[in-house]
Design a protein around this ligand. Structure first.
Ligand code: PXP
Length: 237
């Protein structure tokens, strides 16, 4: 059975919009775990636009399932990861101007930089996942780098404008998952998955875990709105 890892960065995004203390992603992590999720993902970006250092520290202390720390392979964040010891890190590319992670890592171009980073994490008993596009060449290099997992970027599949485009992207993901499994890589997938497009990729049996954030938090904000308004009405009246 595939696992679900919930990315709670967007709870922190809402908090940061006011620069205050609510909603707290630490509370979100607890609720997500109580609901049965298999793991929590947080992305500590260099620009600290959502998750803050304090969140990483506290969440790493309270998570009872698995913690996946998404991060760029840069010294400052590597040192934090080595300190808090998540179950695994997912290395992603980061650009200052992007709204969200826009594509997979170029594992081939960054081979020499990534190799010592991966080895160092593994020496410290932290597993490493590389976020890659559904591209067999990239996956081959991820395997040669000794990564424990790949996370297949499902963004193009999710953003497909036509059924034909969606099919093309779906089969790229499927082929990539089968290929990665043959290379003995663990296979995760995520980005842009929502309540309409997840069931199809969840049928790919090689994919062990899905990392989903935005759609779950977006849905939560709507399904929880009725209760929230009723609670405030009681106070006002
Ligand atoms: N996987 C990776 C590597 C990501 O960067 C993100 C977004 O932070 C996700 C999964 C989750 O994507 P979404 O929020 O679109 O579900």
């Amino acid at each position: 059975m595939a696992k679900l890892n919930v990315n709670i960065d967007h709870i922190a995004t809402i908090r940061q919009a006011r620069g205050g203390i609510e909603p707290d992603p630490v509370f979100a992590a607890i609720i997500v775990e109580l609901a049965g999720a298999d793991g929590i993902t947080i992305h500590l970006r260099e620009d600290r636009r959502h998750i803050q250092d304090r969140d990483v520290q506290l969440i790493s202390e309270i998570v009872k399932t698995k913690l996946n720390l998404e991060m760029a392979a840069v010294d400052e964040i590597i040192n934090i990861a080595l300190e808090i010891k998540p179950n695994w890190v997912t290395l992603v590319p980061e650009k200052r101007q992007e709204l969200t992670t826009e594509g997979g890592l170029d594992v081939i171009k960054n081979y020499k930089t990534l190799l010592p980073v991966i080895k160092n994490f593994q020496k410290n008993k932290i597993k490493v996942s590389l976020f890659v596009d559904p591209d067999l060449k990239q996956i081959k290099f991820a395997s040669q780098l000794g990564a424990d997992f790949i996370e297949i970027h499902t963004g193009k599949y999710a953003d497909a404008k036509t059924k034909k485009e969606e099919n093309i992207e779906y089969y790229k993901i499927k082929k990539s998952a089968v290929f990665a499994k043959k290379l003995k890589l663990g296979v995760n997938a995520g980005h842009g998955l929502n309540y309409k497009n997840t069931a199809r990729v969840a049928k790919i049996k090689e994919i062990e875990e899905f990392s989903i954030g935005h759609s779950i938090i977006a849905c939560a904000s709507l399904v929880g709105l009725d209760k929230a308004v009723r609670g405030m009405l009681k106070l006002v009246r």
